[in-house]
Design a binder for this molecule. Structure first.
Ligand SMILES: [Zn+2]
Ligand SMILES: [Zn+2]
Length: 349
């Protein structure tokens, strides 16, 4: 076993602090990655605070992991020692069901094994995530990172990136389309970058007038303040696709009204309360209302390769491991542009 230091929450009300645990020695198909950077996803905070119930403690959060391969099992073919490598939201799945066979392990019919707070068949305990020195993962769930990308700014691609890339690809967003991105946070800012890179005309919807200029800088063609009724009215019936990244309760009908005939609105954030949809908003235009969860391993690799070719990374603020509790408080206030990334070499100081 490999002694490993991480940061964990020991209960829903405890601050994160140092936690020593063990990783398994790499098996034949395992890759050992020394973690350089780990993004801070809002899910980390939800899990730590048990917002969705079902959290098990201690929790070592972190599923936007980038590092270097330091050891591989004898059967590993995907990466070699010294390679930049990444791990996202999943570390395993059943690999046998229809969805796994289709390369969509995130929809595994048995159970996707998430990077943290999932049962770990190797240890018999829980999986522990990227707020730690290293991780040992089966190569099937390891991603290759294009070397020319900034490694810190690449980390958020593993969740925020794929969460927005996958639905934009699935609904074939591209040239000649008008695409809305609701919310300009960690997810939204990546949605803007991808939709613009795919050639769509991108409109950002934000509650903060102060974010308008930034939306344009990130690649949007227009920014609308969603609290302004006149601005919203001017957008009615004009969208092929809307990516809704807002995890707080909000009025979906205001956005369904913006869809064209056959338009689709897709949720990637999960508001806590059930959503009320006015049927006429969908019937009147053959509209669709849908959802999407991260992306499969194959598509995540495709996204990283696309980012490598196009020089796309996340806008980040790098923090020290010891600053994580303050960063969580700022995350609650959406006070980050646009993703915190922990510099993991600070862990030992
Ligand atoms: Zn995430
Ligand atoms: Zn499966």
């Amino acid at each position: 076993m490999i002694k490993t230091l991480g940061y964990a929450a020991k209960s829903a009300t405890a601050a994160l602090g140092e936690f020593a645990f063990e990783r398994r020695e790499p098996g034949a198909l395992d890759v050992q990655i020394e973690i350089l950077f780990c993004g801070v996803c809002h899910t980390d905070l939800h899990q730590v605070r048990n917002d969705w119930k079902g959290s098990n403690y201690p929790i070592v959060p972190g599923h936007e992991i980038v590092g270097r391969v330091v050891k591989t099992g004898g059967g590993v073919k995907k990466v070699k020692i010294g390679d930049a490598a990444a791990v996202g939201c999943m570390v395993d799945s059943c690999r046998a069901c229809r969805n796994c066979k289709d390369g969509m392990e995130q929809y595994c019919e048995k159970t996707s094994i998430f990077t943290y707070n999932s049962p770990d068949k190797h240890s018999g305990g829980l999986t522990y995530g990227g707020y730690s020195e290293r991780i040992v993962v089966d190569e099937a769930f390891v991603l290759k990172v294009p070397e020319k990308l900034d490694l810190a700014a690449t980390a958020p691609l593993l969740c925020a990136g794929i969460t927005t890339y996958s639905p934009l690809r699935h609904w074939k967003v591209g040239e000649g389309q008008r695409v809305g991105v609701v919310g300009l946070g960690g997810l939204g800012h990546m949605g803007v970058k991808f939709a613009a890179a795919f050639g769509a005309e991108v409109v950002v919807f934000t509650t903060s007038p102060g974010k308008k200029a930034d939306a344009l800088r990130l690649g949007a063609h227009e920014a609308v303040v969603s609290k302004n009724a006149d601005e919203m009215k001017a957008q009615a019936g004009r969208f092929d696709f809307i990516l809704d990244t807002v995890a707080a309760n909000h009025d979906i009908n205001a956005y369904l009204a913006l869809l064209k005939r056959d338009g689709t609105l897709t949720l990637v954030g999960a508001p806590p309360e059930p959503i009320s949809v006015t049927g006429f908003q969908l019937i009147g235009k053959r509209g669709s209302f849908s959802g999407s969860l991260i992306g499969g391993i194959q598509e995540t690799q495709e996204m990283l390769d696309f980012c490598g070719a196009r020089g796309i990374v996340s806008d980040i603020e790098t923090i020290r491991m010891q600053e994580i509790n303050a960063a969580f408080e700022r995350l609650l206030k959406s006070d980050v542009k646009y993703r915190f990334v922990i510099d993991m070499k600070t862990l030992k100081k």
